[in-house]
Design a protein around this ligand. Structure first.
Ligand code: URA
Length: 204
């Protein structure tokens, strides 16, 4: 695990970790994806968000949450009073998993084995950043954080203790909101913003 000696440079340690992740072959997903999409944000962030995996646009751009889910997420953060520039955003799985249908690449959920194989990177990112609060966006991220299934519906709305003593919150993934029928989306989005506002209150 990353252990920072007093006075050592956290940003340099993070860059070394990211560079190592760019060469990751811990699971077969690296073979088809364009590139590793590592986490981004301040390395001393108090708040870390964990998504599921990069999507099509993130895979091409090499940055997390730049596609439609990321745009919805940014809007929800702003409405909850969270400055996205102060947060670190990463994913449970660092490579895009898809099936090709003609020219389209259709997202496939990662397996538990893929999430567990990739957890090493998330643990290293969190050990380095040492956030006060980590938020799992959806079930894959919750699985990665807790190393066991954590049903989103039953777990949201309150903090959970992580083994390192910090707090984790679990909420829905923004892609889930995008997939909801129009007549359900507004209420589900408002609940998502409420969850983020509770996190903002805990951070202070
Ligand atoms: N969905 C995720 O979980 N992560 C991303 O980076 C983009 C979409």
């Amino acid at each position: 695990q990353v252990r920072l000696a007093p006075g050592s440079n956290r940003a340099a340690a993070w860059a070394a970790l990211r560079d190592e992740a760019l060469r990751c072959t811990r699971c077969p997903l690296h073979a088809c994806a364009t590139q590793t999409v590592f986490g981004e944000g301040p390395v001393d962030a108090q708040l870390v968000f964990v998504g599921e995996q990069p999507g099509d646009q993130e895979d091409l751009a090499g940055h997390p949450f730049v596609g439609p889910a990321g745009q919805l997420f940014d809007r929800a953060l702003a409405e909850a009073g969270i400055d996205c520039a102060t947060t670190y955003v990463t994913n449970a799985v660092k490579h895009f998993k898809f099936v090709a249908r003609g020219k389209r690449r259709i997202h496939q959920s990662p397996t538990v084995g893929e999430i567990d194989a990739c957890r090493w990177w998330l643990d290293e990112e969190r050990a380095l950043i040492a956030p006060h609060v980590t938020v799992a966006l959806g079930a894959s991220a919750a699985r990665a954080l807790f190393a066991r299934p954590m049903p989103v519906g039953e777990s949201r709305g309150r903090p959970h203790a992580l083994p390192d003593g910090s707090a984790a919150w679990i909420t829905v993934h923004p892609s889930y909101l995008l997939r909801l029928p129009d007549d359900e989306r507004a209420a589900a989005y408002a609940e998502f913003v409420d969850d983020l506002a509770m996190v903002a209150a805990q951070i202070g």
